[in-house]
Design a protein around this ligand. Sequence first.
Ligand code: NAD
Length: 526
Amino acid sequence: MTSDSGPRMKITYATLRADNEELHAGFEAGVERVRVRLGASHRNLVDGAWRDGNGTFEVRSPIDTDIVLGQFAMGTRADVDAAVAAARRAQPAWAATPWGERLRILRAAAELISERLMDYAAVMAFECGKTRMEALGEVEEAADLIRYYAQTMEDNNGYDHPMGNLGDAAVHTRTILRPHGVFGVISPFNFPMALASGPIAGALIAGNTVVFKPASVTSWSAVVLTQAYVDAGVPAGVLNLVMGPGATVGQALQDHPGIDGMVFTGSYEVGMALYRSFTTRWPRPCIVEMGGKNPAIVTRHADLDEAAEGIVRASFGFDGQKCSANSRVYVEQAVHDDLVARLVARTQALRVGDPLLRETFMGPVIDQRAVDRWGAAVADARRDGRVFTGGERLAGGIMARGFFVEPTVVGGLPAAHRLFQDELFAPFVAVHPVASLDEAIGLANDSLYGLTAGIYSEDRAEVDRFLDRMQAGVLYVNRRAGSTTGAWPGIQSFGGWKGSGSTGKAGLGMYYVAQFLREQSHTIVD
Ligand code: NAD
């Protein structure tokens, strides 16, 4: 894909406005360059060679199902076998490559991703319906993840440290962290660049090699991302890509005895099944990052305007299809009606439509299943409570052949209702009045999940109580840019507690790369 250096104003998920004309012109030029590549064929990467699969599968755009994004090689178990074999062959030399050299190559990949910002963002806009701001932010994140993880490797001197000797100068002991071997990387559709680039970088920096399997609907992102690593000089076999729809490739990967570790990001159901089966022979490292049902708490000491903006951004940014999306709000009774009125006004002002257009805040959801999940939730809310705003499918004009729904705010439901428990992954937020902050924290923690949470309160004691008692990996206080969303590498570590993640160590943070390593102690006596 051609490169475009573009302007260097960095967009993050917390960027509130972008009136930089150059940035918009750059993105629009990227869209045109990508448009002429629609429908092209893409292959798997095994041992440094792009190769066919067993036929192809087609992917269409959620914006307009008449748009064919491409034909992608259908990976098989045999492709997984070949990719794992190549990764095993390549691993000893990659691990023996001085880590400084590994970092040089990976940082080159980060530079290439940044140079290709506009094209890669345009691919994602077509492919998963991200608006330009979300897509530009994600490409920047994909590059910054590499840079930040490289920095952590340096900060820890490659995880090679001298230890003590109990006073005997003839005894020299070091502790070193060493790679496991080959990691499988399985990524979700909703952050197809960042949640592939980050795990791949973590594994490679640590000296492992990788077999990468993306969500099938976002295979195009996977191909262009993989290309950046290849162009940066990642040697043959060190990074392999096998694509395919359904569970075939992912299942083959998790069943494979040649895989030494797994990093999976996706749903609770698939992640838990993988976690249970992956460790049957011996405890292979298995990093699973799963779903969320993320609450925001609003007390009567909140700035309600700030709260409403943060909640709307986090509930409806990328259509609520972020693992960190805000989908539950617990608000003190005294300010419930005021907050709901502000949420409704802000939600009704959102522009839903073609994500390629500058003014659009919300594009389509990913597929018909997402529309159906959202529709069932709306029906439940109508039956058991109230729809404050939204609730209709949109099908006019440009939206006739895509998956467009209204951002929806509901309430009047019992606290135990499934709409406060199930991850919907759709633009849908449920509001519930509470008598106190303690009740709110209790309800917020009464969840399978523990990924992100937010609070709005100007009372420091309330904030401290929230920070002390919330069972979630990522907490935000009084954040206008997003009540529960918008973490950035090296700024907010991002990982789930409870049913949201397996290791208690987060992505985007300082302990991430160490998860791809195992410790060895060397004692040498003179
Ligand atoms: P998904 O679970 O449907 O798919 C994730 C990946 O698993 C895809 O690549 C898919 O092809 C693959 N897969 C499917 N069956 C498999 C099997 N049997 N074995 C191995 N792999 C298999 O998830 P999705 O719909 O792509 O993504 C949305 C989900 O991801 C949401 O639940 C969201 O909360 C979660 N998510 C979590 C985080 C996080 O950091 N915690 C980040 C993003 C998304």
